[in-house]
Design a protein. Structure first.
Length: 293
């Protein structure tokens, strides 16, 4: 089983170079431009399920961020401003003007920073499983993961899926034998081959991130999606973002975990994205299904 779901045959890949970074970009569909930003340790394929649900109504775009997949970048340290500049370069190169931008986890942080730094390029920001800054349990966990790798510790392969899956999916999902078989295989492959330096560099940028002051003056519509069973970024962390943003709106999806948009309930996430985008753009998107219909 591949680490992430695969894109459909209609998806096309291209290479984009900007600011010393060479990025792999994947595009599928027609309609308003919807740029997806992957989270830490993730490639564009983390949105393959969303492409499958949404490419009939949006022009879906995703790319490999610094430290993952087919993208190459100058050596770290990287800042969230660096990641945001990469997103802005993607919008400039492949979008027809300002785009809807959405990202999960680290991708959510990048979504916020892109809206802050490049408000003229973002029609609507939809950060998911996000935070205005990292503190408490999440900070201690991420710092522990970084320190473990700096110490040269390598986790055994049979430990990887049981360790990381609990941060990604709700308990009920993990006890679904069919889903667990998929997650066990994919998470073992994914984290067994992870370059420890890339993880350190991406996660350190997340720990250094704090956009609380900048959010207060960011006028871009900011619809924040949280997941009720999210261990990594609890709904309370997401709500800080929507509360600080002048045009912030908070959404909570019941029964979903941090990575439920992959393999668990991608349909629920896709329906919420469609609902939000239609409400902000002010018209039905061609081909869109009414959520719940």
């Amino acid at each position: 089983m591949s680490v992430f779901p695969e894109f459909g045959p209609a998806a096309r890949s291209q290479t984009l170079s900007a600011g010393g970074v060479t990025m792999r970009v994947v595009i599928e569909g027609d309609g308003p431009d919807l740029v997806f930003i992957p989270g830490g340790d993730s490639t564009a394929e983390s949105y393959a399920h969303q492409f499958a649900h949404l490419a009939g109504r949006f022009r879906c775009i995703a790319y490999d961020p610094r430290g993952a997949g087919g993208t190459t970048a100058p050596p770290a340290p990287w800042t969230m401003q660096d990641f945001a500049a990469d997103c802005a370069a993607v919008i400039d190169a492949v979008c027809d003007g300002p785009a809807v931008v959405s990202g999960l986890s680290m991708g959510g942080l990048i979504t916020q920073q892109t809206a802050i730094d490049f408000p003229d390029k973002v029609r609507l920001a939809i950060p998911m499983g996000t935070a205005a800054y990292i503190d408490g349990f999440t900070r201690d966990w991420m710092q522990a993961e970084i320190d473990l790798r700096k110490a040269g510790v390598t986790l055994p392969d049979d430990f990887l899926a049981p360790h990381y899956a609990v941060y990604a999916f709700p308990a009920k999902a993990l006890h679904d034998p069919v889903l667990w078989a998929q997650v066990k295989a994919s998470y073992t492959e994914r984290f067994a081959g992870r370059d420890p330096k890339d993880l350190i560099d991406q996660w350190q940028a997340c720990l250094d991130f704090d956009c609380r002051d900048a959010l207060r003056t960011c006028e871009v519509p900011m619809h924040v999606i949280s997941f009720s069973e999210d261990v990594q970024t609890a709904p309370s962390m997401c709500k800080v973002v929507s509360d600080l943003a002048p045009n912030g709106v908070f959404h909570e999806l019941a029964g979903l975990g941090h990575v439920s948009m992959v393999r668990h309930r991608p349909d629920v996430v896709a329906a919420k994205l469609t609902e939000i985008i239609e409400s902000v753009l002010g018209a039905r998107v061609p081909g869109a299904r009414v959520p719940g219909a």
